[in-house]
Ligand binder design. Structure first.
Ligand code: FES
Length: 337
């Protein structure tokens, strides 16, 4: 067995000695004995790094080449290519590094003698020399192609993450559009996702409906508008509702409609507890009391869910009285008023 050629023993302290724990005699690998095998392994490693580079390039090209027009197919394709590109890019670097270590880097077993934590100067110099030797052992100085492939793969790998971030800096930062949704006076409340309008008589006490504006299905920016306008509809016993005088006509016979977007950081609130009238946000457990203007009773949210004023039309369908009277979603938007 080869042993350490570095003497890390301090002149003043004698390290503890130990027996060989059972390591086998060192056996040189094929690449250690045969320069052609080493060259072949090098080419294979370069090939894997090249795959990594190509995958990262695919992710970058996909980000620019696939326009997100709001259709599910474009979102799916963009996400798939970005995910595959970034994943294979990172995986390629990992596989190439492991393969490089296993085939070309020095694998001689070494015994390192123990010594006090604070190393004497002499040991530090030895450590520095070991690092230099390690670089030499890796052969990177003698293999410029391998060095270039490694540098290229490592340099490109973060780009699929950075490019979208930088690209979005020039995006649409007009936050005023978050102050309004597509709800308008007389617009019918419809089931999500079918778009079927809802009659007040369909809503029994204790039932919960996920609601969108009826015209939403024809809307060009379907997802953007839905993300702002989605509402949760609940019917309670009217005697259990606590409504201030100015909002007495915002509900209809115990039916109330509240924004489904949590005022903490915007998750969809959806877990309704019929007995307590509590509505829970699954993300960070903010809890809103539907019987008392959706006030926050627990959790990090700082303001109630905005209420959508509703009534019924001549045919008994539930309709909005107006848009929300305050911004929906995280409290951040409220501060921009
Ligand atoms: S997003 Fe709802 S509690 Fe955090």
């Amino acid at each position: 067995m080869s042993v350490n050629q570095y003497n890390t023993t301090s002149t003043t302290e004698v390290p503890e000695r130990f027996e060989n724990p059972g390591l086998e005699e060192h056996r040189p690998r094929l690449a250690d004995r045969d320069p052609r095998a080493a060259k072949r392994a090098e080419r294979q490693i370069v090939l894997i790094f090249t795959f990594s580079i190509l995958a990262s390039l695919v992710a970058i090209v996909a980000y620019f080449a696939i326009p997100l027009d709001g259709s599910p197919s474009s979102v799916r394709m963009s996400t798939l290519l970005l995910g595959l590109g970034i994943g294979i890019g990172m995986l390629g670097i990992g596989i190439a590094a492991i393969y490089w270590t296993k085939t070309l880097m020095n694998n001689i077993e070494r015994v390192e003698e123990r010594h006090p934590q604070r190393s004497p100067q002499e040991t530090r110099e030895v450590a520095a020399q070991m690092m230099v030797d390690g670089v030499n052992d890796s052969g990177i100085a003698r293999r410029p192609l391998l060095k270039g492939a490694l540098a290229g793969a490592v340099a490109l790998a973060p780009l699929p993450i950075l490019v979208p971030l930088v690209g979005n800096l020039g995006g649409d930062w007009d936050v005023s559009k978050f102050k309004h949704t597509m709800w308008a006076p007389g617009m019918r409340l419809a089931r999500d996702p079918s778009g079927e309008p809802i009659k007040a008589s369909d809503v029994t006490i204790g039932s919960v409906f996920h609601v969108i504006p009826e015209p939403l299905k024809d809307e060009e920016e379907f997802y953007e508008e839905k993300a702002k306008a989605i509402v949760l509809l609940v019917r309670l016993d009217p005697r259990e509702l606590k409504e201030p005088a100015e909002k007495a006509d915002w509900s209809y016979d115990g039916i109330v409609a509240y924004s489904k977007i949590c005022t903490h950081v915007g998750c969809p609130v959806a877990l309704y507890e019929q007995q307590t009238h509590h509505l829970l946000c699954p993300c960070h457990q903010s809890t809103f009391d539907i019987s008392d203007q959706a006030k926050v009773v627990f959790g990090p949210a700082k303001r109630p869910l905005p209420q959508l004023p509703i009534t019924v039309d001549d045919e008994g369908y539930l309709v909005a009285r107006s848009d929300f009277t305050e911004p929906v979603g995280p409290s951040f938007w409220e501060r921009l008023k």
